[in-house]
Ligand binder design. Structure first.
Ligand code: TXA
Ligand code: MG
Length: 315
């Protein structure tokens, strides 16, 4: 791949119009959302979408999430439903992605859906993402802005470390407040949780007024965040560490002594926001192993444990 120079843009008027101009020309622009940084391209341009896969080194069977500024723009490309309306009312804009039937003639590149007849759609909450989507005024396909298989970026510097020379620009909007990718809810059939994330299963079931099934490991992979080894730092990861071994980098949770603490007070929201940043930092120390305290399996802890178990999976 030819090296290109990667611009850092500020989230002001000048930065927004430059980012929108680049997207319109089929270029790649990474931008912050409330969850993680996304690697954006115009979802209608095959060549632009192909470059996402190239820049990430991502296996091309993985479909992408498309980001929108308005509900009308979403409804123009997917079959909307009563359930979709309920969860959108409750959680949009926000860290929830919906998988819905794709409308024929939607104009979305087939490379985005990897040939599926459904589309993953999301309306992000972060002001910078919304400003960019409004300025561009078109659908933006964006996976997390990391090399395939590596830790998701929650700061512009993480994006630059992974993708500098491979993308045209990154918009610097500071740290991502949620810090974990969106929850993915399948609504093309029975409501099914495809990936745990920033909105919990209980919250969704409460709003829908009916149970939500969970995709079991071993079923066909419909979301690559579901590939077992994913989100992997260079170091090995040891989970549920109740004591530390010499030479390990220690990632704590709660009242423990350690190198970095996800949340000293045991707050799961704070832990989620810190997770990827701290994995990046401990990985950069060169330690062979990162040991992680047990994280309670409730609320956002479900999504945190999901990412940690993938980071620890055999590669
Ligand atoms: O928070 C997020 O969702 C971030 C930000 C940038 O929005 N994006 C993100 O994208 O995490 P990515 O590409 O890393 O993960 C997208 C997930 C994948 O696991 C993919 O398989 C799933 O969405 N997905 C996309 N389209 C799908 C579809 N039609 N059916 C099922 N899963 C789908
Ligand atoms: Mg990802």
């Amino acid at each position: 791949m030819d090296q290109i120079s990667t611009l850092t843009l500020q989230p002001d008027d000048g930065g927004m119009s430059e980012a929108a101009r680049l997207l319109g020309k089929g270029k790649l622009v990474a931008f912050p959302t409330e969850t993680v940084y996304g690697l954006g391209a115009d979802a209608r341009q095959d060549h632009a979408v192909a470059r996402i896969y190239e820049a990430k080194g991502r296996p091309s069977f993985n479909p992408l999430i498309v980001h929108f500024a308005t509900l009308d723009a979403v409804k123009a490309v997917v079959d909307w439903s009563v359930d979709a309306q309920k969860v959108a009312d409750a959680f949009w804009p926000g860290p929830l992605t919906l998988v819905l039937p794709l409308k024929p003639g939607s104009g979305i590149s087939k490379l985005v859906t990897a040939g599926l007849d459904t589309l993953a759609v999301r309306m992000p909450a972060s002001k910078v993402a919304r400003d960019l989507l409004r300025t561009f005024d078109g659908p933006v396909a964006a996976p997390s802005a990391n090399r395939s298989g590596q830790i998701s970026p929650t700061r512009a510097a993480h994006v630059v470390n992974g993708l500098s020379g491979r993308i045209e620009a990154v918009m610097d909007g500071g740290a991502c407040p949620v810090g974990l990718e969106s929850t993915i809810l399948g609504l093309a059939g029975t409501p099914t949780l495809l990936r745990p994330g920033g909105v919990t299963l209980e919250d969704i079931a409460g709003v829908l007024g009916k149970p939500v099934s969970e995709r079991k490991d071993g079923e066909a992979i419909s979301a690559p965040g579901q590939i077992r080894s994913h989100y992997a730092p260079r170091a090995q990861v040891r989970l549920n560490a109740v004591d530390w071994q010499a030479s390990e980098a220690r990632l704590g949770f709660g009242d423990v002594s350690c190198d970095l603490n996800l949340s000293e007070t045991g707050n799961l929201t704070e832990a989620a926001a810190n997770l990827f940043e701290y994995l990046h930092r401990l990985d950069a120390t060169g330690a062979q192993t990162i040991a992680v305290s047990p994280i309670p399996h409730l609320g956002l802890g479900v999504a945190i444990n999901d990412r940690l178990s993938r980071a620890a999976a055999e590669r």
